[in-house]
Design a protein around this ligand. Structure first.
Ligand code: PHE
Length: 488
């Protein structure tokens, strides 16, 4: 309707000089007219010029007076011809109306106020303020002097009014044709595709955002760490077996069968299949030996080692289970030095909190060579961690059943201004290596850390459940930045 009104008017007239007046004449809201003018202008059906006008509108207080009269007149009318008292008069009004009314009525010399008596000085008054306010409400002209007085009493305020003047544009037609946006089956059937006009393609329009896959922060950090290992000449170990036997996860690592980590409180054991099918029997025998009575310079643990315990299947609790399989395999051929790494998932039956889940990822590195010492281990750790941007390291003696010596690794965190534990390390014990068949002078240095810890620090995530699991906000995963570590 607004569109017809504008185009129709311009068919017979040169110009719509003021969209405000036009809207009023046609009985259409000005907003609606403005929207149509903007759209027609965009298609050059009309030529629109901005017009701005300052106009006066009533404030809330002005509105009240326009409706109920000015306070001074209200007050004057409340004073009876024979006079009254201040007290009585005051009781009839709200405090603000009373105060303004008194001031103005006295200023106008309409009333006289004594100590207590109030009397009229004139018998009749006109409410000029109200009349002016009503005039402004109607959009009528008011003198500059009156405007000034009302402005000072904060009864009116100025408002910028925006509208348009409109003429025919270069594409003017009295009736806008609806253009087709698509060629449809109906167009073809009816044959009207020959006549209809098609809307031009807008090659600058933004398309729908496309949804694609994206990498999880853990995968990004994993990739960076993988590159560091590769730069240092490490080979990746195959970690594609979450299910492992207790034998490879614990026994070969010289972890006694009574060790608390082997309890179902700490480890997830499998119900089905609950035991492993086969183990290398001669090696099993040597592992049993070393647990029960030692060898290779060790006294062993002096307990009765049970095969059933070693057969139990579990979800691997560390990737050191993978390392032990790899070292055993290495020992079966002619010895050659190796550098191995892995980054994959491990499982622990732990209470879940803001930094722990029942599964996480472990990063593990090991070097197997003749004559390695603790000095080599410290050197390699310094090289590895400095590539991760952690060059201030400290080591603390620790204990693992399978390493001696063992060291916890600490790094100084500049952001947190303190030393934080970042990993665990050590030299594999002869009780672990010799039964495998590795030569006497071969040592293995190794270390492990979680992938989650550095990822949370790098991405500023303080609750692990925001990083991993069903509560993760996918949009955050989609938007997270690329990972840049290991630049030095
Ligand atoms: N397996 C150890 C852990 O789970 C890490 C480790 C790996 C320690 C290699 C020493 C040597 O914490």
């Amino acid at each position: 309707m607004a569109e017809e009104a504008v185009l129709g008017y311009l068919e017979k007239n040169e110009e719509i000089s003021d969209s405000g007046i036009f809207a009023e004449e046609k009985g259409i809201s000005h907003d609606e007219i403005v929207n149509i003018i903007k759209s027609l202008n965009g298609f050059r059906l009309v030529d629109a010029q901005d017009i701005k006008r300052e106009r006066w509108v009533l404030t809330h207080e002005g509105d009240m007076y326009a409706e109920h009269g000015s306070p001074e007149v209200q007050l004057f009318l409340a004073v009876p011809p024979e006079g009254t008292t201040r007290e009585e008069l005051q009781g009839k009004f709200e405090p603000s109306i009373y105060k303004i009314g008194c001031t103005q009525a006295i200023k106008n010399k309409w009333i006289e106020m004594g100590k207590s008596a109030v009397s009229r000085k004139v018998q009749h008054v006109d409410d000029r303020v109200r009349d002016l306010l009503v005039q402004i409400q109607k959009g009528e002209e008011v003198s500059a002097q009156d405007i000034d007085a009302l402005k000072r009493r904060k009864l009116i305020s100025s408002q910028i009014w925006k509208g348009f003047s409109v003429k025919k544009g270069p594409n003017y037609t009295p009736k806008r044709k609806k253009m087709a946006t698509d060629l449809t089956r109906e167009h073809l059937q009816r044959g009207d595709w020959k006549e209809i006009e098609f809307k031009e393609y807008n090659f600058l329009a933004k398309g729908q955002p496309t949804d694609g896959g994206c990498l999880h922060p853990l995968l990004k950090v994993k990739r960076q760490i993988q590159l560091i290992f590769l730069q240092m000449g490490f080979e990746e170990m195959a970690t594609n077996n979450f299910v492992e036997s207790s034998f490879w996860n614990f026994d070969v690592l010289f972890q006694p069968q009574q060790h608390p980590a082997r309890d179902s409180h700490d480890t997830f054991f499998l119900k089905e299949p609950s035991t492993t099918r086969s183990l290398p029997e001669d090696y099993v025998e040597r592992v049993k030996q070393v647990h029960e009575s030692g060898g290779y310079g060790s006294r062993g643990y002096g307990y009765e080692w049970k095969r059933e315990e070693a057969n139990k299947n579990l979800l691997r609790t560390h990737t050191t289970a993978v390392s032990s399989r790899m070292l055993y395999a290495l020992a079966q051929g002619k010895f050659a030095p190796k550098k191995y790494y892995s980054i994959d998932r491990v499982f622990r039956n732990e209470a879940v909190d803001r930094t722990h889940l029942a599964e996480f990822h472990q990063i593990e590195g090991l070097i197997c060579d003749r004559g390695l010492t603790l000095g080599h281990l410290i050197g390699v750790l310094e090289d590895f961690f400095s590539r991760l941007g952690m060059s201030k390291l400290k080591f603390k003696p620790a204990y693992n059943p399978y390493t001696e010596p063992s060291m916890e690794i600490f790094s100084y965190h500049e952001g947190l201004q303190k030393w934080v534990e970042i990993g665990n390390s050590g030299m594999f014990r002869p009780e672990m290596l010799r039964p495998m068949g590795l030569p006497e002078d071969v040592q293995v240095i190794a270390w492990g850390l979680s992938l989650e810890r550095p990822t949370m620090i790098l991405y500023g995530i303080d609750n692990i459940r925001d990083l991993f699991g069903h509560k993760v906000d996918l949009s955050l995963i989609k938007r997270n930045p690329i990972c840049r570590i290991g630049l030095n």
